[in-house]
Design a protein around this ligand. Structure first.
Ligand code: HAM
Length: 417
């Protein structure tokens, strides 16, 4: 029997959970203050959803999907990203008939068959937002701002916001032509996969990981030089709002993102301290995706953030104080089980409380308490007969006998913390 963990997946152990809760709680609070609601979509969907949305010529669809057939021969895929499922839910539930604008956020696992390394996993978690139904540049600003503010609220530093515009269906064809004629000149240097991309979606060549393409990509035409007037104005406004709000950003004309659906604004937030997996947040606008799925013409945009990468950064930067919850341990003697249970009921309204086994001796129980990380110990021993209770703080050494009075015991503990 193989008890090994499959490559690229990991357990999230209890000692790390406070980081996850901190990230999730901070995000929920921020997103909800901007009127976003939570959505939970299925972990697997029909494969077609990702082929059509994420894009046939992307690395994700060509190489990285966990695809399987079910017992009826239908092709299903573990979601490699959150956006297609959200759009599918928007269409399945006909939200467009109910709400002019839909602002949602999600938190959950995604799956990509990538080569695992630090910060890159096969099961990882994304926290993302999507907005459907707004085409104005203010909302591009809001989406970028939310990503920036989330990282700021978590006190992260050394981050850089990079933005670019990829144009729309009106100006993209001109750019596409320019790219094709540029790369045609070097066709003999392209790998078979990149040759196919040149025919089907030349924009993908710009985020090809092929070493040989690095120099070629550098000289390639850039989308920003082919924007139509409307795209230019839209992008200028996004930048204006960012500046108004003092959000620092860098215009990166080479930023194209690895998914097919983007139009106009795209952005990434990167860090200098994560090695090669330096992107923490990625997102952008996708004004044609809803229509591509057969829905009405409704624009959209959003971003997703990799929670594992964020937590690596939080640990590196090490100035987050995690919520502190004292654990109070009660040592029991068989005679005082009832008192212990009643006392614990009261203490649990405020603290984490654990109870030792009355069958174990005091020494063993104190060892447990220490291993569990609890340093306030309440002794239920013979003093109870005299209506007294011993409490000891093992960190400070302070010891106190208090009256066995359920009304004041919480206050007594408070003074010892
Ligand atoms: P993405 O850039 O593919 O965009 O992924 C977003 C973030 O997920 C990355 O910046 C990274 O932090 C994290 N991530 C991606 N792959 C891995 C991996 N293998 N291991 C660990 N973390 C990873 C999207 O997924 C789009 N759906 C974002 C979006 C939403 N665009 C518009 N709306």
């Amino acid at each position: 029997m193989n008890m090994e963990l499959p490559r690229g997946v990991q357990d999230i152990l209890p000692e790390d959970i406070p980081y996850w809760q901190l990230v999730e709680n901070t995000a929920r609070k921020l997103f909800e203050s901007y009127n976003y609601e939570e959505i939970r979509t299925p972990i697997f969907e029909y494969t077609e959803l990702f082929r059509k949305g994420t894009g046939e010529t992307t690395d994700i669809v060509m190489k990285e999907m966990y695809t399987f057939t079910d017992k009826k021969g239908r092709s299903l895929t573990l979601r490699p990203e959150g956006t297609p499922g959200v759009i599918r839910a928007f269409l399945t539930n006909k939200i467009y008939n109910q709400k002019p604008v839909w602002k949602v956020y999600y938190i959950g696992p995604m799956f990509r068959y990538e080569r695992p390394q630090a910060g890159r996993y096969r099961q990882f978690h994304q926290l993302g937002i999507e907005v459907l139904g707004r085409k104005d540049p203010y909302i591009d600003f809001e989406v970028i701002k939310l990503a920036v503010d989330l990282l700021k609220n978590l006190k992260l530093e050394n981050l850089e916001v990079e933005i670019n515009s990829l144009g729309c269906i009106k100006c993209r064809p001109n750019y596409r032509e320019a790219l094709i004629s540029y790369f045609r000149k070097y066709e003999d240097q392209l790998s078979p996969i990149d040759k196919e991309r040149l025919e089907r979606n030349p924009l993908r060549l710009l985020d090809s990981k092929d070493e040989k393409l690095i120099a070629l990509k550098d000289q390639a035409p850039q989308p920003i030089d082919y924007l139509c007037d409307e795209c230019k104005i839209h992008f200028e406004k996004v930048q204006k709002y960012l500046s108004l709000d003092n959000i620092k950003y860098k215009l990166n004309p080479k930023l194209v993102r690895g998914l097919d659906y983007y139009t106009r604004t795209v952005f990434e937030i990167t860090t200098t301290t994560l090695g090669s997996q330096n992107a923490v947040v990625g997102g952008g606008r996708y004004d044609n995706l809803v229509e591509t799925y057969g829905g009405p013409s409704i624009p959209g945009l959003g971003f997703a953030l990799g929670i594992e990468r964020l937590i690596i950064l939080l640990k590196q930067q090490n100035h987050i104080s995690l919520p502190y919850i004292p654990l109070i341990f009660i040592t029991l003697s068989e005679d005082y089980v009832e008192t212990g249970i009643k006392l614990a009921n009261i203490l649990r309204t405020k603290y984490r409380v654990d109870i030792g086994s009355p069958q174990e001796n005091l020494r063993t129980q104190l060892k447990w308490a220490d291993k569990l990380g609890s340093f306030i110990v309440i002794f239920l021993t013979e003093e109870i007969e005299k209506n007294k209770l011993k409490i000891k703080n093992f960190k400070t050494g302070e010891e106190k006998y208090t009256d066995l009075n359920f009304n004041t015991i919480l206050e007594d503990i408070e003074t010892m913390l």
